[in-house]
Design a protein around this ligand. Structure first.
Ligand code: 0PR
Length: 385
């Protein structure tokens, strides 16, 4: 730090030099991000609430009401009237809270000490962090030929130590939806906590269903589903950080509660203490601003772009890994190594992301990737071919 104060202008100039090194969503070159530029209105609201702290909600009663409202309206999208939950920093924290709730619940009611969680091979790496922090063993369920949880393989790995089963509604790499209805039944039959990670799909599947896409049910209407992660900072167009965790029962929050004696509330269930109210306010604003109609338009438009891109790739001769269910396309060149193709695209200024399972270039068709960017990308892919 400098000894003397520095003029604002000089600081801003310095900062913008750093900022110039960042990629800009608006250039349409970021192909592998699930985040995108937040809506300007959401950003405006975010700034107004920057000083609010939901870690001590008695001091920010209004902002607490906003968080409650946001959880309730996300709950409505997920077919639950009275959800319990929080707006947190993202999918990682939401998944961590779900697994912590499952572990504590199993410890309290079933006496499980050395627990296991069953996750599909396609699960986001946040579950590995959760298992590590919560001292749980990860057991992987295999995927079927369509890259979705193989239900038979899942049944085989259930044990007396299983504290949670996880399935994904919108996988990170391929955007696929696991057979959640079937898994919900299995979880119920075996009396095991079932968490659905809809960090990506939660803000699009309900809207795509509204406009006629035949997508499977993944939400609380399935009796076995105990919690769902759904991130406003992905398809919800809210500013980072905004993740959402919703629980069916208040008990799941209570089993995580620790005493917080000197705060305005007596217990706290979230992982983070001091906690941004701005995330809740911005999410509230953007949800009201778009409404179901607005989100439906966005989701359908992104699916149209997805199909345009997929068909364009196939016309050139690229191999698309699977029929897209959500706005992600993964593909390979029939002969060229994926890493070589990735390198060539990087040389042309595209920021690509390579999936591991299976190895393929993956493009997440977020709002910042417009039709003209896709046309340019297809032109480049044609030249490379
Ligand atoms: N669950 C799923 C299904 C996810 O895809 C992700 C993140 C998470 C949980 C974790 O969410 P947070 O990152 O909010 O904690 N999916 C993206 C990924 O890891 C996130 C991302 C976003 C990556 C922007 C890159 C990027 O530029 O691939």
């Amino acid at each position: 730090m400098d000894d003397k104060p520095i003029d604002k202008e000089e600081i801003l100039n310095e900062l913008s030099e750093f900022h110039k090194l960042d990629y800009d969503y608006a250039d349409g070159r970021i192909l592998g991000s699930m985040c995108t530029e937040a809506h300007p209105f959401a950003k405006e609201v975010y700034c107004k609430f920057l000083d609010t702290n939901l870690g001590d909600p008695g001091l920010f009663k209004g902002t607490q009401l906003i968080e409650n409202e946001v959880i309730k309206s996300i709950g409505e999208l997920l077919s639950i009237e009275n959800p319990y939950g929080h707006i947190v920093t993202g999918g990682t924290e939401a998944n961590l809270m779900a697994i912590r709730a499952a572990r504590n619940h199993a410890r309290k009611y079933k006496g499980i000490v050395n627990g296991e969680i069953i996750i599909p091979e396609s699960a986001h790496f946040s579950f590995k962090k959760a298992a590590d922090m919560l001292n749980l063993k990860i057991v992987e369920a295999a995927l079927d030929d369509n890259y979705k949880i193989d239900v038979e393989s899942l049944k085989e790995v259930i044990s007396d130590s299983t504290v949670a089963i996880v399935a994904i509604a919108g996988t990170t790499e391929l955007g696929l939806i696991d057979p959640i209805e079937e898994i919900s039944k299995i979880a119920l039959e075996n009396n095991i906590y079932f968490h659905v990670d809809a960090a990506f799909g939660g803000f699009s599947i309900p809207f795509l269903r509204r406009c006629g896409y035949d997508l499977p049910v993944f939400d609380f209407s399935l009796e076995g589903v105990c919690s769902i992660t759904v991130d406003p900072h992905k398809m919800g167009l809210a500013p980072i950080p905004a993740g959402g965790i919703l629980f069916r029962e208040e008990e799941y929050l209570q089993v995580m509660a620790v005493d917080s004696p000197y705060l305005t509330v007596k217990t706290q269930s979230t992982i983070v203490g001091t906690r941004l109210g701005a995330s809740s306010a911005a999410t509230y604003a953007v949800m009201k601003y778009f409404g179901k109609e607005g989100y439906t338009k966005i989701a359908c438009n992104l699916m149209a772009n997805t199909m345009f891109f997929k068909e364009g790739l196939e016309e050139i001769g690229y191999e698309v890994i699977c029929e897209p269910e959500l706005n992600i396309v993964a593909f390979n060149h029939p002969k060229m190594d994926t890493s070589v193709l990735a390198e060539k695209l990087e040389e042309l200024g595209w920021k690509v992301s390579v999936a591991k399972c299976p190895v393929a270039i993956r493009v997440v068709l977020m709002n910042h990737i417009k039709l003209n960017h896709l046309k340019e990308l297809l032109e480049d892919l044609k030249d490379i071919y």
